[in-house]
Design a protein around this ligand. Structure first.
Ligand SMILES: [Zn+2]
Length: 676
């Protein structure tokens, strides 16, 4: 029987034929597609003609397309509609895929051809996009050591193996330390202040451990509500100190040496590849470009946000004083912040939800996309989908030209990951004069409708939908020649601009008036509620900012300097924190030993990007605010210079083309109420 994954998709818009695909089709399809891709690369390598951009870089770019297509279908399913069968296949094929990508990275003959082209790049008469593609290809080899001699190559592999082990160990230690602690409560009055659902969860945890009463752990879903709501200050203290001491207890799960080894090996690796520090290596492929830019960015924000943070800290301290707290400590922060917020704003999510019926919000976001970018959305029923809940839309422009297919998958179910994300089933590219349009998908986990009630979103779900839809616009409006530079394939600290930018419309009366009608009475959302949402969004923004900055600064300290002489993790950290510290230090606590973002995950020299993205979206939105949030010229500029350009050019250049100038921190500081 033939494998539908290996045939041409004879479907509307060549969409994935989900109804025909069975799990057993995947593995043979992967094997065949890898074979095909290998052959295509062999053909490039064995081409006797002098390498040209077309016969090498472009040929490489358009090789392995079948594999790309099958991969995106498979991994999207594994995220949104998985089964044990799919998971087993994932286990089986991931070694095949990493072997294939290693074969490419280590292919000397291929690298030599690319290098030859790269060295004469200025004489090849390339377009900006082509030059970006050539550089990207060349760098992907070089950053993996392709230019090193055999001895250094071996050294690099050794470091990489070692680093992989250390990162794994770091994570295992944090996990072991997280699990090593539990707060066992047996008296009901110690639960005072905690919401019912949190108490219930703690009871279930206790039952699972065959214990009576309630158990709280250092896992976020247990820890965060506990320190936010528990009235018992001593217990909050116990929890907070246990949380801060993770992997810093001089036991076998201690991460101090792991941290030191990781930063030293990263530094060594960077130097081997010719970079000054690990941060220089990482930031070369970021919008921020280098550590100096990141440090200046963080320092400027710090200087401007600190006075606000200090005054908020004072306010919070005064507020807690009325409750008998003489000195505000770390374990008081979330608790009194929540109390004060309630007192000042008293936002009732249940009162907001009726204004955000899912269907209305979807129509709202579609209307906004129409007003800004001339897009039209038509729900269609002739496209195959992987689950009945999924909705499919044909997206066109006002001249009825086909722009994209949009899938929307809103409700939770077994087999779907938590959270919300945007992804694609097919990239966009231009080949042989044809603009092949993308298939974009947004996946969320919103409250399902019941027989009596429609799906009503919380305000944070509304912003989530706008966020993912902003990414989707980036994908749908893509208009580049090469698929690997298309849509959201941009530098890491630039990718959140379209998504976060669109969130801004959720706070604007002019936008909310388009869709925020009460689902029963059809009444528009009251202005007072909107104002309330806006103000509460900025609550204690100075302190929050300082906290984010402190993590970014710590990260840059670990990775932006030569770490050879660092011997003591805690004192190094204390020094890095000295300008951002509001609360008294706890000697038995250490942040770095459980800072998984930078020591286990992919955020090393990248923590700044959270704030960076906020600065970009605030600065970009300020442009809209100046000219009107539905101003066509500004929107067209954003579409033409950013959304459609993907990663074809340096992000700062794209941004300046849109905005007319570099972004500054001021719009964010103003929006956050930190700048007078
Ligand atoms: Zn995002």
């Amino acid at each position: 029987m033939s494998n539908p994954l290996l045939q041409n998709f004879n479907t509307p818009f060549s969409t994935a034929p989900f109804s025909k695909i069975k799990p057993e089709h995947f593995k043979p399809a992967f094997i065949e597609a890898i074979k095909l891709a290998k052959q295509e690369i062999e053909n490039i390598v064995n081409n006797p003609k002098t390498p040209t951009f077309k016969n090498t870089i472009e040929a490489l770019e358009f090789s392995g397309q079948k594999l790309e297509r099958i991969s995106s279908i498979f991994f999207n399913l594994n995220a949104a509609e998985t089964t044990s069968e799919i998971q087993k296949i994932a286990q089986e094929i991931s070694p095949l895929l990493s072997e294939f990508s290693n074969d490419i990275t280590l292919n000397k003959a291929l690298f030599n051809k690319i290098k030859k082209l790269y060295l004469q790049k200025d004489d090849l008469n390339l377009s900006t996009e082509q030059l970006t593609l050539l550089t990207k290809n060349y760098k992907s080899f070089v950053r993996n050591g392709a230019n090193l001699n055999d001895k250094d190559k071996a050294e690099l592999r050794k470091i990489d193996t070692e680093l992989a082990k250390l990162k794994l160990q770091f994570g295992e230690n944090v996990l072991a330390e997280t699990n090593a602690f539990e707060l066992h409560i047996t008296h009901k009055d110690q639960l005072k202040g905690l919401p019912e659902s949190v108490v219930e969860a703690a009871q279930i945890t206790a039952k699972q451990k065959s214990k009576s009463g309630w158990i709280f752990t250092l896992d976020y879903p247990s820890y965060i509500p506990f320190v936010t709501y528990a009235e018992d200050r001593e217990l909050r203290k116990e929890m907070a100190i246990a949380f801060g001491a993770k992997a810093f207890r001089n036991n076998k799960y201690d991460n101090q040496n792991v941290v030191l080894n990781i930063v030293k090996l990263r530094h060594k690796r960077a130097q081997l590849l010719g970079y000054k520090t690990h941060a220089h290596f990482v930031l070369e492929e970021r919008m921020a470009e280098n550590p100096d830019n990141v440090n200046l960015f963080l320092e400027d924000l710090l200087k401007k946000a600190k006075p606000a943070a200090e005054s908020e800290f004072k306010t919070l301290s005064e507020f807690a004083k009325k409750d008998g707290v003489k000195k505000l400590e770390k374990w008081d922060s979330a608790y009194y912040a929540e109390k004060l917020k309630k007192k000042l704003f008293n936002i009732d999510q249940e009162k907001l939800k009726p204004y955000f019926k899912l269907e209305n919000v979807i129509n709202g976001v579609f209307t906004i996309a129409h007003k800004l970018y001339d897009l039209q959305f038509e729900e269609v029923f002739n496209i195959d989908k992987y689950h009945n809940d999924v909705k499919t839309y044909k997206v066109t422009d006002t001249n009825n030209r086909f722009i994209a297919v949009l899938y929307a998958d809103f409700f939770p179910r077994e087999g779907k990951r938590n959270g919300a994300w945007m992804t694609s089933f097919k990239n966009q590219w231009i080949k042989d004069g044809e603009n092949s349009r993308p298939h974009i998908s947004i996946v969320c986990n919103f409250t399902k409708p019941t027989n009596t009630k429609p799906s009503l979103l919380t305000f944070s779900e509304v912003t989530t939908l706008f966020h993912e839809f902003g990414h989707a616009l980036h994908g749908m409006l893509a208009n580049t020649t090469y698929p690997s530079l298309s849509g959201t394939s941009v530098y890491w600290d630039f990718v959140e601009l379209p998504s976060q930018l669109l969130e801004n419309w959720c706070y604007e009366k002019e936008a909310l008036n388009l869709f925020a009608n009460h689902y029963k009475t059809n009444q528009l959302i009251p202005t007072t509620l909107i104002d309330n949402i806006k103000q509460s969004a900025n609550f204690l923004e100075g302190m929050q900012t300082l906290r984010q900055l402190s993590f970014g600064i710590l990260d840059m300290n670990w990775h932006g300097k030569n770490p050879t002489n660092i011997t003591n993790v805690k004192s190094f950290e204390t020094e890095a924190f000295k300008n951002t510290q509001l609360f008294p230090d706890v000697a038995t606590n250490c942040m770095s030993t459980s800072f998984s973002h930078i020591f286990q995950g992919g955020y090393s020299s990248g923590y700044y990007s959270y704030k960076w993205a906020e600065v970009l979206d605030a600065d970009a939105f300020e442009f809209f605010k100046e000219k009107g949030i539905f101003n066509k010229q500004v929107a067209q500029k954003f579409k033409n210079e950013v959304l459609s350009k993907g990663g074809t050019q340096k992000p700062m250049e794209l941004y300046i083309n849109f905005r007319g100038k570099k972004p500054t921190n001021n719009a964010l500081l103003k929006r956050a109420g930190l700048l007078k």
